[in-house]
Design a binder for this molecule. Structure first.
Ligand code: C2E
Ligand code: MG
Ligand code: MG
Ligand code: MG
Length: 288
């Protein structure tokens, strides 16, 4: 019986050590380490005017390349960072990257804007708000050049979403609802939000031409947006036929691999500079 006891306690100790070792390497712990080591960086995906491909802005997207070289998708680590209370620190670093990467570029081009994704804790975070205010002021970037993207889910989860968003709005930032159509917000709720635009989720773009219900729902979303005077962008456009359909339905902006993938800051700058010229009002272009 003594030998059995020894064996059992040995097994328990072994299991304990194994569990502790694994716990040290959960996604949360890796994110914490990644934050400390500066493993996160930002890439930029252009957003174009569908009618003519003009480009005055894009979206900042975080990338995480771990020390061993493996890339982890934000779809996997953002939810963990949110759950583990790390998202504010991460967003803080992302904002720092954005201004270090393209702050000067934006300051020199007052009509160019950049969209930054915010999670629910970020929307209410003094730290995030403070960082944004400080960095854009030191760089000489106008608040109107910063578009904050928040999902419907985020806006529901954030307890003080309405007042925080109003405060961002009052300071001149632009706000847009990301992944629109995948959340749960009622149209009545949407109408009360102080937003400038909405971004149709990729699932809608994927549904184009399929004759499914999502196709019809998109029509309703677009007429709602028109009624509320909101800018509409569509994400995840991969095919020309999708772009044609969206243009015909009156969607103004598009983002997707059809136009450009997410790219390094310098390439993004060159892309925007190459397509800014066509971005003037059509009447002026015609005269020129
Ligand atoms: P999102 O905000 O809806 O961003 C659009 C996602 O669609 C990006 O994925 C982008 O690379 C991808 N995409 C764009 N065009 C196409 C296309 O034509 N085809 C396909 N298949 N994909 C396309 P990404 O960068 O992997 O980001 C995924 C999600 O992770 C984002 O969705 C956003 O919710 C979150 N995320 C990314 N960066 C950040 C960030 O800096 N902060 C926060 N809080 N969330 C972020
Ligand atoms: Mg987004
Ligand atoms: Mg989106
Ligand atoms: Mg999306």
């Amino acid at each position: 019986p003594l030998g059995l006891l020894g064996l059992t306690s040995g097994a328990i100790i072994f299991w304990l050590i194994l569990t502790l070792a694994r716990r040290g390497d959960t996604m949360g712990a890796r994110i914490r380490r990644g934050l400390a080591r500066g493993e996160f960086r930002v890439v930029y995906q252009p957003i174009v005017r569908l009618s003519d491909g003009a480009c005055l802005g894009g979206e900042a997207l975080v990338r995480w390349q771990q020390r061993d070289g493996t890339m982890i998708s934000p779809d996997r680590f953002i939810p963990v960072a949110e759950a583990e209370g790390l998202i504010e620190r991460l967003t803080d670093q992302i904002i720092e990257h954005v201004f270090a990467d393209i702050g000067e570029f934006l300051a020199e081009r007052p009509t160019v804007w950049i969209a930054i994704n915010l999670s629910a804790p970020d929307v209410e975070s003094d730290r995030v708000r403070g960082r944004l205010d400080r960095l854009r002021k030191t760089h000489g970037v106008a608040a109107g050049q910063i578009v904050l993207e928040a999902t419907e889910r985020t806006l529901i989860d954030a307890r003080r979403a309405q007042s925080s968003m109003r405060s961002f709005r009052d300071a001149g930032y632009r706000l847009t609802i990301d992944d629109f159509g995948t959340g749960y917000s009622s149209l009545a709720y949407l109408a009360t939000l102080p937003v400038d635009g909405l971004k149709l989720d990729k699932t809608f773009v994927d549904s184009i031409g399929s004759g499914t219900a999502a196709d019809d729902v998109m029509g309703h979303i677009l007429s709602l947006a028109a009624t509320l005077g909101l800018d509409v962008a569509a994400e995840g456009i991969e095919h020309g036929a999708q772009a044609d359909y969206l243009i015909a339905r009156g969607v103004t902006y598009g983002q997707g691999w059809l136009f450009a993938r997410a790219m390094e800051a310098e390439t993004f700058g060159a892309y925007v500079d190459g397509r800014m010229a066509v971005a003037g009002p059509p009447s002026r272009r015609r005269r020129a």
